[in-house]
Design a protein around this ligand. Structure first.
Ligand code: ATP
Ligand code: MG
Length: 230
């Protein structure tokens, strides 16, 4: 079994370049307490996704250090990182398998009852119940048979089952209708509760609710604070 992190995250002067010439992230430092909800904002190309890619070790910084609970993440095993950091992407990794198999990705031992509960909390139960085969419904390649909002809520249900202390979330950019927006907000509230979350935020509601906002510009964090402070 793998140790569960508390969820304290520190970036200490982190810099990263994809091509060895231009920095995608430059001298980024911040310190996040367990359970904080952090919103990353900034123009396209300002380094938000790269910063979160560094946190789950999609790549390593050229300089600086990232620590979780005081440990340099390069000294942790990838298994431990993967177990402790959940990710919900705009285009979630879904497979042309059953909904059950898609939900079991981070939690192979999840029971049907647990899956149903996660789907309820993620506001995803109603479109799953509409399928004649329920959890046994096979979804299309990359979840093509679902709408974008449904895919994202399925991905939130998966994160709820995995229950990681740290969660990375890339919010959808597309405009949502009021009903979908409300469902998504409920699902996000559920999945962000009780864990350290990093959200690449596009919705005003997310930015307003964050404990801390990191404002990115050309690879740097140029401002940090709460919505009221900024
Ligand atoms: P967006 O809001 O558009 O998602 P972002 O803030 O997430 O933008 P990043 O994707 O982190 O920005 O990009 C930071 C910089 O790194 C940009 O200049 C971008 O062109 C570059 N970049 C991003 N991904 C790659 C990659 N895979 N290879 C090379 N350069 C990249
Ligand atoms: Mg991005």
């Amino acid at each position: 079994s793998v140790e569960r992190f508390e969820g304290e995250v520190v970036f200490d002067n982190v810099s990263f370049s994809y091509d060895g010439k231009r920095s995608a992230v430059q001298d980024v430092s911040f310190s996040i307490q367990p359970g904080e909800n952090v919103a990353l904002v900034g123009a396209t190309g300002s380094g938000k996704s790269t910063t979160l890619g560094l946190l789950h070790r999609a790549f390593d910084p050229q300089s600086g250090c990232i620590r979780i609970d005081g440990d340099d993440i390069r000294d942790l095993t990838l298994a431990s990182l993967r177990r402790n950091i959940g990710v919900v992407f705009q285009e979630p990794m879904l497979f042309a398998r059953t909904i059950r198999e898609n939900l079991q990705v981070g939690r192979p031992d999840a029971t049907d009852a647990e899956m149903i509960e996660a789907l309820q909390r993620a506001q995803a139960i109603e479109f799953i119940s509409r399928q004649t085969e329920g959890l046994d419904t096979v979804i299309g390649e990359r979840g093509r048979s679902l709408s974008g909002g449904e895919r994202q809520r399925l991905s939130i249900a998966r994160a709820l089952l995995k229950n990681p202390p740290i969660l990375i979330l890339d919010e959808a950019t597309s405009a949502l209708d009021a009903a979908t927006e409300k469902k998504l907000q409920k699902a996000l509230d559920e999945v962000m509760k009780g864990r350290t979350t990093f959200v690449i935020a596009h919705r005003l509601a997310t930015i307003r609710n964050a404990n801390r906002i990191l404002v990115f510009d050309q690879g740097r964090v140029i401002e940090t604070g709460t919505f009221d402070e900024l």
